[in-house]
Write a protein that binds this ligand. Structure first.
Ligand code: NAG
Ligand code: NAG
Ligand code: NAG
Ligand code: CU
Length: 201
């Protein structure tokens, strides 16, 4: 079945990435900011981008260059990661770059953070720069918060999500769907995601 095939692929990919890839750490909302820091990275295939959520309740949600604040159909998404004040062990969520010639675009789905410039890019190009993406985000209407379920299955050919390593307390495991996409065969899937419970407040 498709499901089990995808899981096997995920483990294989994770193993390869662990051995070969560099890891980039990106803080999310550090010091109560509406920023990903750094705001963009240049990564190779196999490199891991690890997001560390350090405040509030943000997401890392894939979008497109043209619509920075709109979730990309079949894109990856960390889901909302609540970080209560005083938290010292921060939730993390990682993705693995699969195709370094394709730029990847992300935003925070917590309204109105994207329209305040809370966006992130992997491998922006000379034609599609981070600054252009950021400017488009700032010009976007503040959208309502998206009712996003965590989505870590890679439905693109470009990304392989890795399981998040959330804070050991106040977390819960939820199995995300493993909806196969047309191009899922070129990618990997990971159905397990740890999401903070709404009751974690
Ligand atoms: C957060 O801000 C404080 C005060 O400006 C600063 O001392 C601290 O180094 C900052 N923390 C990080 C991780 O940047
Ligand atoms: C990688 O992305 C580029 C640009 O989108 C595309 O032309 C190429 O076919 C992709 N390669 C693979 C192996 O998917
Ligand atoms: C995080 O933000 C989302 C969107 O505003 C909201 O639905 C969710 O309840 C928040 N989570 C917590 C634990 O407050
Ligand atoms: Cu945010």
């Amino acid at each position: 079945m498709r499901f089990s095939t995808s899981i096997v692929a995920a483990f294989l990919m994770t193993g390869v990435s662990t051995v070969l890839g560099a890891t980039f750490t990106v803080t999310v909302g550090n010091n109560a900011s509406l920023l990903y820091e750094p705001s963009s990275v240049t990564a190779k295939a196999g490199d891991v981008i690890e997001f560390e959520f350090t405040s509030k309740n943000h997401t890392v949600t894939q979008s497109t260059f043209d619509k920075p604040c709109v979730a990309k159909a079949d894109g990856v998404n960390s889901g909302f990661q609540l970080v209560p004040a005083g938290t010292t062990i921060f939730p993390k969520w990682s993705i693995t770059v699969q195709n370094d010639t394709a730029p990847l675009w992300f935003f925070c789905a917590q309204a109105p953070h994207c329209s305040k410039g809370m966006v992130f890019a992997i491998n922006p190009t000379a034609e599609k720069t981070f600054d252009m993406f950021h400017t488009t985000a700032l010009a976007s209407a503040p959208a309502a918060a998206l009712p996003l379920a965590p989505r870590t299955e890679a439905l693109l050919a470009h990304l392989a999500p890795r399981p998040p390593r959330a804070q050991p307390t106040a977390t819960t495991s939820a199995a995300a769907g493993t909806t196969p996409a047309a191009n899922a065969g070129a990618s990997t899937a990971e159905s397990q995601v740890e999401a903070r419970e709404a009751t974690a407040l």
